[in-house]
Design a protein around this ligand. Structure first.
Ligand code: NAD
Length: 343
């Protein structure tokens, strides 16, 4: 049938190996076309190669231009810089796509189906930060610089509009804080309005919303939104909020798309509090794998995986603890594989 597609596999830290194993079992049952190159990063990278982002891992992704990645641990405050942020910079992964869809009914919100498109390279994430010492306090003042460029705004806005149109979406919401950060996020709003007039008017609806109002509206009436596009930090926060609308981080996949590569992952982190206990929900990473199948033009397999996940959760009622169930990661995974094989 299809040819083999080389892809890099990073297990990651904490619950990473458990959810990657479960996801690989599902992909194997689907006969997904990936030929995996295993590589390490994060704490596992330090253990294996003395580096949270080993050269061999970068070389592998440069070859395959495609990766599935478990969560990587990043120390807060001091310590090494996030390998996730370094990967985004290295492969210019400018678009972070985070869809949220209700799969398990009966939560606080029904029938949610929206997508957050987050700018992934600029804004306050560029790491230009420093402290200023006053008297004997070396941390008396903390400073950060944010940078948003016209080119970067165009890139992500084009991606969001084109994605929305290609996927039959109705509206793109531009989220900003241009009333206060008039330059830093004003450039994003201004560029969106110019591009809409020049290129997208008549093809799709657009609105602009200030980020704080957007957070409130998402909780009061999330159904008014369709595709949300925003700058790096706002996108990080809003996509977790949106994940909460559909049952939490265990259900939230993400794709990092760039000119040079695409890396698929769960939105959540390494969950050290439950690592190694067989409690982790593998659905977020499985949904990321489904996005990866869409990306390599195997939407047929992506759809089969999504359908099998829906049925395992809702017909077989196999659910991990975060969804109120009692299934272990392995039990959920075996039920899902049975669905894939038998349906
Ligand atoms: P986290 O997402 O790891 O965990 C937050 C809470 O959600 C925890 O209670 C955890 O048990 C739960 N949770 C997360 N995923 C789950 C799953 N699949 N199933 C069931 N419960 C789940 O966030 P954190 O604790 O703030 O971060 C832990 C580490 O992960 C940090 O080092 C952080 O830097 C890193 N991190 C990595 C990524 C990534 O690699 N993309 C993303 C976010 C955080």
């Amino acid at each position: 049938m299809s040819q083999t597609i080389p892809a890099t596999l990073i297990e990651g830290d904490g619950i990473g190996p458990e959810i990657v194993d479960a996801t690989l079992a599902a992909l194997e049952a689907l006969k997904a076309p990936f030929a995996w190159e295993r590589a390490s990063a994060g704490l596992a990278g330090i253990k294996a190669a003395g580096d949270p982002l080993p050269q061999a891992t970068l070389d592998s992704i440069r070859r395959t231009r495609l990766a599935l990645k478990g969560p990587l641990e990043t120390p807060s405050g001091g310590g090494y810089r996030s390998s996730n942020v370094r990967l985004r910079e290295e492969f210019k992964l400018y678009a972070n796509l985070r869809p949220a869809r209700t799969i398990v009914p009966g939560g606080r919100f029904e029938n949610i189906d929206l997508v957050v498109v987050r700018e992934n390279l600029e804004g306050l994430y560029i790491g230009h930060e420093h402290y200023v010492q006053i008297d004997d306090d070396p941390h008396a003042v903390a400073m950060a610089t944010g940078i948003n460029t016209r080119a970067g705004c165009r890139h992500i806005l084009d991606y969001a509009f084109e994605y929305a149109i290609a996927n039959g979406r109705k509206k793109v919401t531009i989220v900003h804080k241009a009333n206060i950060m008039k330059a830093l996020t004003g450039i994003f709003k201004e560029t969106a309005e110019q591009m809409y007039e020049a290129k997208y008017k008549g093809r799709i609806a657009m609105e602009t919303v200030i980020v704080d109002a957007c957070a409130m509206k998402l909780v009061l009436n999330p159904w008014q939104f369709d595709v949300i596009v925003t700058t790096n930090l706002f996108g990080d926060i809003l996509s977790d909020l949106v994940a909460g609308l559909v049952g939490g981080l265990g259900m939230a996949p993400g794709a990092n798309i760039g000119a040079d590569a695409a890396i698929f992952e769960a939105v959540h982190g390494s969950a050290p509090d439950i690592a190694g206990q067989g409690k982790a929900n593998p659905v977020a990473l499985m949904l990321a794998a489904a996005m990866m199948l869409d990306h390599v033009a195997r939407k047929d397999l992506g759809d089969r995986l999504r359908t099998a996940i829906d049925r395992t959760l809702n017909v077989d009622k196999a659910r991990t603890g975060d969804l109120g169930g009692s299934a272990s990661t392995g039990e959920f995974s075996r039920a899902l594989v049975a669905r894939i094989v038998n349906d």
